[in-house]
Design a protein around this ligand. Structure first.
Ligand SMILES: Nc1ncnc2c1ncn2[C@@H]1O[C@H](COP(=O)(O)OP(=O)(O)OP(=O)(O)O)[C@@H](O)[C@H]1O
Ligand SMILES: [Mg+2]
Length: 351
């Protein structure tokens, strides 16, 4: 009689803004049934921002998926002899120090066999038969416990802890964007998901629907704010407001943030060149997200300097929104900053 309704809140605990997006399964396709964001003021806490989000958002569910990122997380793409997933999990425990800079007893470990064949060279090295590519992720247990406590402290129930770079890929998959199967001659095409946050930029390169490279760069919107503050000899909070009121100060802001964008693009290009060379793929398009890409001229700069097509990405494209519960205009305004939250909530399909 009562159709069971599944809802899940993706809770992106960003370093400067907490973002929460709820997806519900009311039919085969998920629907956006809640959205809220709360900025963390200087000196403010993430818990207060989470509380503010759940007060403002009309969420149906208290079940959340959140994520970890930064130095507590290590992701590796490794080549191992072909074996079952269970055997892989066993084997990896004996070889942790070969792959990870952490001790086994201080981390939570997860792995996923990848469909693709290992990059040439690696495969050739395997003397003991067939090799396979495996994605390995480790996170310091302390960082996970902190996340769980924060969420539970707000009366919420954490159902999973993900990693920011993987949430990007999950949002991409949810969007059902055309698969990058097209091959030009021998070269496979890839797309790069690039999320420019406040303190870091997360990159995930997708080939044939699957991740083949990810990395974080410690450059983001906060560096742009600082550059504006220095250039105009003003406080950070003033610089933040001026940076966002781009029309009024476009030239000054543009000039001030130029060196930050150049550093960012330099690192991004290194990563893309590496993955193209190492994986034999061509990165056709860059999908940009995160608050940092809202800065004036950021997207154009990235497109021109990397020599690759780039566009700002709305992860809600194609998703139905329940307008009785969500402020649609507000949602659209912040859509490019919601990629991680949407990717986290996309687990509603499988949870
Ligand atoms: N209109 C705007 N113009 C320029 N920058 C903006 C604008 N709006 C927000 N930002 C910047 O976006 C950043 C916040 O983006 P986002 O919410 O993606 O970061 P975060 O998830 O909190 O950070 P991180 O992922 O690094 O932990 C801030 O640095 C902010 O200054
Ligand atoms: Mg972020």
């Amino acid at each position: 009689m009562f159709k069971r309704q599944k809802s899940l809140v993706g809770l992106d605990l960003g370093s400067s803004v907490v973002k929460a997006v709820e997806l519900s399964l009311e039919g085969p396709e998920p629907v956006v049934t809640g959205f809220a964001r709360a900025e963390i003021p200087p000196g403010g806490s993430a818990s207060d921002a989470v509380a503010a989000c759940f007060q403002a958002g009309k969420f149906k569910s208290k079940k959340v998926v959140t994520s970890v990122a930064g130095q507590s997380v290590v992701v590796r793409y490794v080549t191992m002899p072909k074996m079952s997933e269970g055997e892989l999990r066993q084997a990896i425990r004996f070889e942790t120090d070969k792959y990870l800079p952490f001790e086994l007893d201080e981390v939570q470990l997860d792995l996923m066999p990848l469909k693709r064949t290992p990059a040439s060279g690696e495969a050739a090295k395997g003397k003991d038969g067939e090799q396979q590519a495996v994605l390995l992720a480790a996170c310091k247990s302390r960082a996970i416990d902190e996340r769980i406590q924060l969420v539970q402290g707000q009366g919420l129930s954490p159902v999973a802890i993900d990693v920011d770079v993987f949430a990007l890929a999950n949002a991409w998959e949810l969007c059902g964007l055309p698969a990058d199967e097209v091959t030009e001659g021998e070269i496979k095409t890839a797309i790069a998901l690039v999320d420019v946050g406040a303190t870091r930029t997360s990159i995930n390169v997708i080939v044939g629907g699957e991740t083949c490279f990810s990395r974080e760069i410690n450059i983001g919107g906060a560096d742009m704010t600082q550059a504006v503050a220095r250039a105009m000899s003003i406080e950070n909070f003033e610089a933040e407001a001026i940076k966002r009121a781009s029309e009024a100060h476009e030239l000054e802001v543009n000039t001030a943030i130029q060196p930050v964008l150049e550093d960012l693009v330099g690192e991004l290009t290194l990563s893309l060149d590496y993955v193209e060379h190492h994986e034999g793929v061509q990165v056709e398009e860059i999908l940009l997200s995160g608050g940092g890409v809202l800065a004036p001229g950021a997207a154009q700069h990235i497109e021109q300097s990397t020599g690759r097509k780039a566009r700002t990405w709305n992860p809600l494209e194609g998703l139905r929104v329940d307008a009785s519960r969500v402020d649609v205009e507000e949602l659209e305004t912040w859509a490019p900053t919601l990629v991680v939250a949407v990717g986290l909530a996309s687990r509603v399909r499988t949870s």
